[in-house]
Every structure is written in structure tokens, then in C-alpha cells.
Write a protein that binds this ligand. Structure first.
Ligand code: FAD
Ligand code: SIN
Length: 541
């Protein structure tokens, strides 16, 4: 099947949906998403969206908090953008129907780690679900947005897909859409577009333990890398300090860990080792409200020192009504696992949560390929530097979706060159898959290797081992991919292998410890004059 459109958007989280709405004001949009329309990291966001709303708060304070968390690597210009455009985008979300929690008619502002002020706009502890609900309602009411569910993008279309243009240099490459697969019907679709937005979210599923749902297999990073786009700072994987600890994943090694929001620590939650002792005061004067990299490393250190498999988060000193009022979702989820959080400590461990790097973009979400934009978690705007400040991600997604839509209007108006004839997907000579075990085994191995060797604490030896293991899996996976008809699991395996390779390669390039990248071989930060983003340019597993 072939679809032609003005703008193709891949992904239906906050970034893809908001961009679709804006672009529908001037052009036709096709939005593909690989599962049901609301399935995304956005849908599980709990804490909220950081923004300067309170009159006693200021842009300067939010900017300063973001720069401190980012450990010297944030791009100041893009931090300025998200902070200063934040309040207007929060207003847009409200006008689009999002119901944020209010107190006496005013937005209720929560506090989270690394923030010097309460500034987190939220909808109880289900902020993402409410944002998705409102945006999907709007998007599905637009007659010029065609939202196609259960359809996974396979690869971006660029010169390398067109025989006579195959050898054109990377510098001048265009993106003209993507090949996709309808996972229900197995139909292959060629979607050509004048502009394409990657809004595919994160990569948590590269790790054995993650807060991210199963869609987060890093498809956007991998597709962009294969197409030759610049990718940066992928060593900075954020581990959320407090995911609910369970010694089983219900038999499914892809099942996400349930998040215990940072807002619980903002609410007064205290971290304790298994013997009940508070420990954060040994690590940072901000204690539980220190930025995530510090809290996650402190927990990791306590677990290693004591040989325990989890720590506790304690809010039993808080009033039960207040707990239920602020955290109904967390309360009920813990209760399902037998823990009444108003009376018992919550067992928690760090879990892979967010990718601070991504497809390098400018201040209008433009990647290094003409016609290809990226926004949301898949992009690297420079906002997060070496460690993201809590609740800055939804903010970045909505601010940069708006900016992409402004630029795309100009881009498609000026678009002069015709899109060349794009060949159909060629699967001649391939066979249907009949040994799924090959894929599940490799996926499990990738996730275990990344968890053991490329986690919170790294070393040259661990990275070297991980590189070798992932390379072997890469060779096997590519061989399988070449001889098999495409289906979702092989595409996702191929993408987590590519992302693992990119993360390891970036981690090896950084010869220092900074923010979320901590290595035993280089425990100190380099002086600021040697500070650089780690940008990868060539597809080279
Ligand atoms: P997503 O919301 O992840 O959407 C990506 C979309 O792309 C999905 O629809 C997916 O199905 C689709 N997709 C992916 N690959 C393909 C493909 N190949 N083809 C087609 N479709 C594809 N951040 C905050 O700021 N505040 C919070 O309170 C907060 N809480 C969080 C809680 C949890 C449990 C998690 C996991 C994350 C949280 N985050 C939070 C981070 C934040 O939710 C994400 O960074 C953000 O939602 C990313 O939005 P996005 O639009 O970029 O991607
Ligand atoms: C949380 O609620 O702790 C998640 C917030 C975030 O990831 O920014």
C-alpha cells in the first residue's frame, strides 16, 4: 500500500499528538503509532509538568535548577526556550481540555527533586493519562489528521532507498517519509511525505528493569541512526531512584516496573535501608530532594554495600487522607501488591527511566536530515545535559512540538523538489518466522547485558564486555532480519540492539564521570573547557 501526505508523524505521545494538532491547522497529517493510540510513555507519566506558574517563582530559578541538574552540559539557549515558553504551552493544554488538579481554583503546584520551588503542574498522580486523553480527543476530531494504530515504522526513507541516489553524501540527505508495517494485517506500507516528525519516545526497554512500557524500544533513535542523522549524548540514561521493587516481573521480562513518583519524595517521603535507617543525609544536603543521578547512585551504593536487593520509601508519617488525595493511583497499585503505604514502607529500587540524549535537533526540532524533525524524548535538544530535571520532559515535548510545527509550515510552503519514485518494500527471498525463541532469547540477553554492564555504575571493562556481547547479537540479528519477513518483534529487537550499541559507543567516548554517566575508571569530571557532547555521525555497529 502507498500513502502520500504533507506531514508524517511517527508516535502518539505528547510530542506527536500536540504537533499533529498544530499542523492540522495548515496541512494534512498522517500519524502512525505502533499500538493503541494512547499507548506511550506519556500515558504513564505521574508527577507532572514543570513550569513557572507561581508569582513567587521565576524563569531564572527554573533555568538555574535545570542547569544544576544537567551538570554543566545543558545548552543554555534551549533551556531558556522551554522555561520561557512553558507557561503558554500549559495554557494551551488547559484550553485543549486537560484538567489539571486545582486548589482553591488555582493550579496545585507540587515539588520534586532538584526544584527549588513547587512548580509541578499535575493531574493527581496520573498526569500523563489526562494529557493523552485530552490530546487524543482533539486529534481524533480533526478531519485532516489520519491516525493509524497498530502500525510500526520500519525505517525512514532517504536517498539510500533510491537506487540512482544511493551514493549521495550524508551532508545533503533528505527524508521523504517511512516504510511501515501494519501489525494486524501484516501489510507493508510506503508513506511518502514532505516532512516527517519522529516522536517515538524513549529506549527504557533496552534495560532489564525499566519504568517504560513495552513500546519504548528506541525505534526512533535506531531509524535515525541507520538513516545517517546525528545522534548525541546517549550515554546519559536516567535511572529513576524509586520504582516499586518486586522479585518477579509476572513471568514477562519486558513488563515495566511500577513507578513511585518523585512527587512522593517531594511530599516528604524518606528513603531508608532495610534496617530502617535514613541514609540520604550521608550523600547530599538536599537529601531525598537531590537530583535523580545522586539519589539513584546513593541507593545503588547502599544496596551494594549491604548486599540488599531493595531499599524502602517511607511516607507512613503522613496523614492517610492526604496520601489518598495526592497519590490515589500509587496507593491502589501498592495495595494490589499487598502494601498499604499509609502504614508500611514501600520497597523500591532504581530502574531505567529516561534518555537524555537522542537525535540531535536545533531550536526548531530540525535534525541533520532535511525534512526530518524530532521532538519529545527521542530528540536531543540540549535541554537535559547530563541529567534531566524532574518533570522537564513533558514540558520539552510540548514546547518543541509547537516549534517543529511552526518551522514545518515554512518548510513545506517552500518545498520545491519533487519526491523521487520510492521503490516498494522488497522482501523477496525472505521467509516467515517460525522460531520466535531466537528473538526472545536475544532480547533478554541484550537487556541483561545492558543492566549488568551499562547501568548506574560503569567501567572500561564492563563497557568492553558489553560491546563484544552486543556486537555478536547484532551480527546474528542482522542475519535473521535479512532472511525473515518483517514482523514487530524482529524490528524491535533490531532497534534495541542498535540503541545498545549507540549507548555503549557514547559511554566509551566519555572519559569522565558526569551526571548520569558514572565510571569507576574516570571518577572525576573533566574541566569545563574540555566539555563536549558525544555526537555520533556514522552508522557503524
Ligand atoms: P511517548 O509518550 O513515549 O510516545 C511515543 C509514541 O511513539 C508511542 O505512541 C509509541 O507507540 C510510538 N512509537 C514508538 N516507536 C514507534 C514506531 N516504530 N512506529 C510507530 N510508532 C512508534 N516526564 C515528565 O516530564 N513528568 C512526569 O511526571 C513523568 N513521569 C513519567 C512516568 C513514567 C512511568 C515514565 C515511563 C516516564 C515519565 N516521564 C515523565 C517521562 C515522559 O513521560 C516521557 O519522556 C514523555 O512522555 C515522552 O513523550 P514522547 O511524546 O516523546 O513519547
Ligand atoms: C515522577 O513522577 O517521578 C516522574 C517524573 C519525571 O520523570 O519527570
Amino acid at each position: 500500500m502507498e500513502i502520500k501526505t504533507d506531514v508524517l508523524i511517527i508516535g502518539s505521545g505528547i510530542a506527536g499528538l500536540f504537533a499533529a494538532l498544530r499542523i492540522s491547522e495548515y496541512a494534512d497529517v498522517v500519524l502512525i503509532t505502533k499500538k493503541e493510540k494512547n499507548e506511550s510513555n506519556t500515558n504513564y507519566a505521574q508527577g507532572g509538568i514543570a513550569s513557572v506558574i507561581d508569582p513567587t517563582d521565576s524563569f531564572e530559578k527554573h533555568i538555574k535548577d535545570t542547569l544544576i541538574a544537567g551538570a554543566g552540559l545543558c545548552h543554555k539557549d534551549t533551556v531558556d526556550i522551554i522555561v520561557k515558553e512553558g507557561p503558554a504551552r500549559i495554557n494551551d493544554l488547559i484550553e485543549l481540555g486537560t484538567q489539571f488538579t486545582r486548589k482553591n481554583g488555582k493550579l496545585d503546584l507540587a515539588r520534586e527533586g532538584g526544584h527549588s520551588m513547587p512548580r509541578i503542574v499535575h493531574a493527581k498522580d496520573l498526569t500523563g493519562r489526562e494529557v493523552e486523553r485530552a490530546l487524543i480527543e482533539q486529534v481524533t476530531s480533526k478531519s485532516n489528521v489520519r491516525l493509524i494504530e497498530n502500525t510500526i515504522a520500519i525505517d525512514l526513507i532517504t536517498e539510500h532507498n533510491v537506487q540512482q541516489l544511493k551514493d549521495s553524501p550524508l551532508k545533503n540527505r533528505n527524508c521523504w517519509g517511512a516504510y511501515a508495517l501494519n501489525c494486524k494485517t501484516n501489510e507493508l506500507i510506503k508513506i511518502s511525505s514532505r516532512a516527517t516528525i519522529l516522536a517515538t519516545g524513549g529506549v527504557g526497554q533496552v534495560y532489564l528493569h525499566t519504568t517504560n512500557p513495552q513500546i519504548a524500544t528506541g525505534d526512533g533513535f535506531a531509524m535515525a541512526y541507520r538513516a545517517g542523522a546525528k545522534i548525541g549524548n546517549m550515554e546519559f540514561i536516567q535511572f529513576h531512584p524509586t520504582a516499586f521493587y518486586s522479585n518477579s516481573q509476572g513471568g514477562n521480562f519486558n513488563a515495566p516496573s511500577f513507578l513511585i513518583s518523585e512527587a512522593v519524595r517531594g511530599f516528604g517521603g524518606i528513603l531508608r535501608t532495610m534496617d530502617g535507617s535514613e541514609f540520604m543525609s550521608k550523600y547530599d544536603p538536599r537529601k531525598e530532594l537531590a537530583p535523580r543521578d545522586i539519589v539513584a547512585r546513593a541507593i545503588d551504593n547502599e544496596l551494594k554495600k549491604r548486599g540488599d536487593d531493595h531499599v524502602f520509601l517511607d511516607i507512613t508519617h503522613k496523614n492517610k487522607e492526604d496520601i489518598l488525595e495526592h497519590f490515589p493511583n500509587i496507593y491502589n497499585n501498592c495495595l494490589k501488591s499487598g502494601i498499604d503505604i499509609s502504614k508500611e514502607y514501600i520497597p523500591v529500587v532504581p530502574s531505567a527511566h529516561f534518555c537524555c540524549g537522542g537525535v540531535v535537533v536545533d531550536e526548531f526540532s530540525r535534525t541533520s536530515l532535511k525534512g526530518l524533525y524530532a521532538c519529545g524524548e527521542v530528540s536531543m535538544t540540549g535541554v537535559h545535559g547530563a541529567n534531566r530535571l524532574a518533570s522537564n520532559s513533558l514540558l520539552e515535548g510540548v514546547v518543541f512540538a509547537e516549534r517543529a510545527s511552526i518551522n514545518i509550515k515554512e518548510f513545506i510552503n517552500k518545498f520545491s523538489g519533487a519526491i523521487p519514485e520510492i521503490p516498494d518494500w522488497d522482501d523477496s527471498g525472505t521467509l516467515s518466522h517460525d522460531e520466535k525463541v531466537l528473538i526472545t532469547h536475544s532480547a533478554r540477553e541484550v537487556k541483561q547485558v545492558m543492566w549488568d554492564y551499562v547501568g548506574i555504575v560503569r567501567s572500561n571493562m564492563r563497557l568492553q564486555r558489553a560491546e563484544q556481547r552486543i556486537h555478536n547479537i547484532f551480527v546474528e540479528t542482522e542475519e535473521l532480519y535479512r532472511r525473515t519477513k518483517v514482523f514487530e518483534d524482529i524490528l524491535e529487537l533490531r532497534n534495541i540492539v542498535a540503541c545498545s550499541h549507540i549507548i555503549i559507543k557514547s559511554a566509551k567516548k566519555r572519559k569522565e564521570s558526569r551526571g548520569l554517566h558514572y565510571t569507576l575508571d574516570y571518577p572525576n569530571m573533566l574541566p569545563d573547557n574540555k566539555l563536549k557532547d558525544t555526537i555520533l555521525k556514522n552508522y557503524n555497529p
